[in-house]
Design a protein around this ligand. Structure first.
Ligand SMILES: [Ca+2]
Length: 455
């Protein structure tokens, strides 16, 4: 009898009953996973069984777009709900002030102190975990995360717990800045998030699940390399696709843990990727510095769809609209707002994102007519780094305009007829190009007048 009582007691403390007003939320963020390289996106080479199941038994948005084709600004949107152009505008003005005050002696010290200063900026913003805390959420950060320690971004727990020279002893400066110890997440261990799950039985939780996968370094486990080894595809495709499968397998292990802990049934899983990548199965990029670090010419840091487009998945046990697939244009600013909606947090008025919840639930059809994004120093053909330039991407259901005024670079694609952007038609559509450019200029002026903090 005593054992039965103890068992019932342990059961009661080990699982929270289903509470749809404050569901647990896991934001699963891929790193450099190009949109075509998933089974559920009809790719018949790349194996992603776990994500396929999430998509098939959830709701899939095939036409999601990140707000930047590189990690840091794109992830900042997921953390703050604002566009990179708004964040950068504030950051640049603060950095200018900081540099004028900085008394560091050498250039190296100046660069380091500026990098440290940039980490602090996140403290000025009202972040997603902080907003969720108002509804008693406990939060955990794991993986790619550029904003200093987890505490600086408003998380309660996490893996990125060191900052500064302490980290530089162990990591290259870029890795130190991109998450430090957090970058071991899933690549080496998922124990810290399991420990967190074991501790949060009685309240809702939010998890930033962002393993640096399939991102470089390309060092997947040997059994995953074997899947692609004998295929008639390029060497860089084999290793990159194995990295994609590595992300998928790690996610599967995490979901199994949630399930075993009886926490899955009460949890909304949301999948999105931070920026794109291009890896055609037949083209080899192994010996190109540009293409092996950024993906093919239309991949990461570019203004093409390969840089921005991402599938977005919502999956939870009480979802009634399972199996729905949408082609509607949606942006990652909408993910932030959707999470607030599910958690019962009122959307602050300065946020421009729409809630995707009516679409996820199948109750109302909403779609953006256009998505405009900006990228600082975008990659253009022949100039992968293009320093001191600003690029814009305008995307509607039909058109995609890529524009870098400082480089005199303009390309236009009819995305409906030409989804892989192989037929550039700006010179035969001059009027369309001019109208879209005017829209971009107007958007740029308007967005910089908007608030970026709560009043
Ligand atoms: Ca990335």
């Amino acid at each position: 009898m005593k054992n039965i009582v103890v068992t019932i007691f342990l059961f009661l403390i080990s699982c929270r009953s289903l509470d749809e007003s404050t569901p647990n939320i896991v934001l699963i963020i891929g790193d450099d996973h190009g949109w075509p390289y998933y089974g559920f996106m009809e790719n018949d080479i790349v194996e992603t069984p776990v994500l396929d199941k999430l998509a098939n038994e959830g709701v899939l948005f095939k036409n999601g777009h990140v707000t930047s084709s590189v990690c840091r600004p794109s992830l900042r949107t997921l953390l703050t709900g604002i566009y990179p152009i708004q964040f950068d505008n504030y950051l640049d003005s603060m950095k200018t002030n900081f540099v004028s005050r900085d008394t560091s002696k050498s250039d190296l010290k100046k660069d380091l102190s500026l990098a440290m200063y940039e980490h602090q900026i996140i403290k000025d913003f009202f972040t997603l975990p902080e907003m969720l805390r108002t509804r008693n959420y406990k939060s955990f950060e794991g993986g790619k995360y550029w904003e200093g320690t987890y505490e600086m971004g408003g998380f309660d727990d996490g893996m990125s717990d060191r900052l500064g020279v302490d980290l530089l002893k162990d990591y290259h400066i870029l890795l130190a800045m991109a998450g430090g110890d957090g970058l071991k997440f899933a690549r080496e261990t998922q124990k810290p998030v399991y420990n967190f799950l074991d501790k949060v039985n009685n309240g809702p939780f939010f998890i930033w699940y962002a393993p640096m996968l399939p991102h470089t370094p390309f060092d997947p486990p040997s059994d995953l390399v074997e899947i692609y080894q004998d295929m008639d595809i390029s060497e860089s495709a084999k290793i990159y696709y194995a990295m994609c499968t590595w992300f998928d397998r790690s996610l599967g292990e995490f979901i199994n843990y949630l399930d075993k802990n009886k926490q899955l049934e009460n949890t909304i899983l949301i999948y999105v990727n931070d920026n794109g990548w291009e890896q055609d199965p037949q083209i080899d990029y192994t010996n190109s510095l540009e293409f092996s670090t950024l993906g093919g010419p239309k991949g990461k840091k570019s203004l093409y769809d390969f840089g921005f487009k991402t599938p977005i998945i919502f999956n939870y046990s009480w979802l009634k609209n399972k199996g729905a697939i949408y082609d509607n244009l949606v942006s990652t600013v909408d993910i932030f707002t959707t999470i607030l909606d599910y958690a019962g947090v009122n959307k602050p008025t300065y946020l421009q994102g729409l809630s995707m919840r009516p679409l996820v639930e199948g109750s109302k059809n909403i779609s953006r007519k256009k998505i405009i994004n900006y990228v600082k120093n975008p990659r253009v053909p022949g100039d992968p780094w293009s320093n001191d330039s600003t690029g814009f991407s305008y995307r509607s259901d039909r058109w995609h305009l890529l524009w870098v005024p400082d480089r005199n670079f303009v390309e236009l694609y009819d995305i409906k007829a030409d989804p892989y952007e192989t037929n550039e038609i700006s010179s035969s559509n001059i009027d369309t190009v001019e109208v879209i450019k005017e829209e971009i200029v107007f958007w740029n002026e308007e967005i910089l007048k908007r608030d970026i903090f709560p009043k």
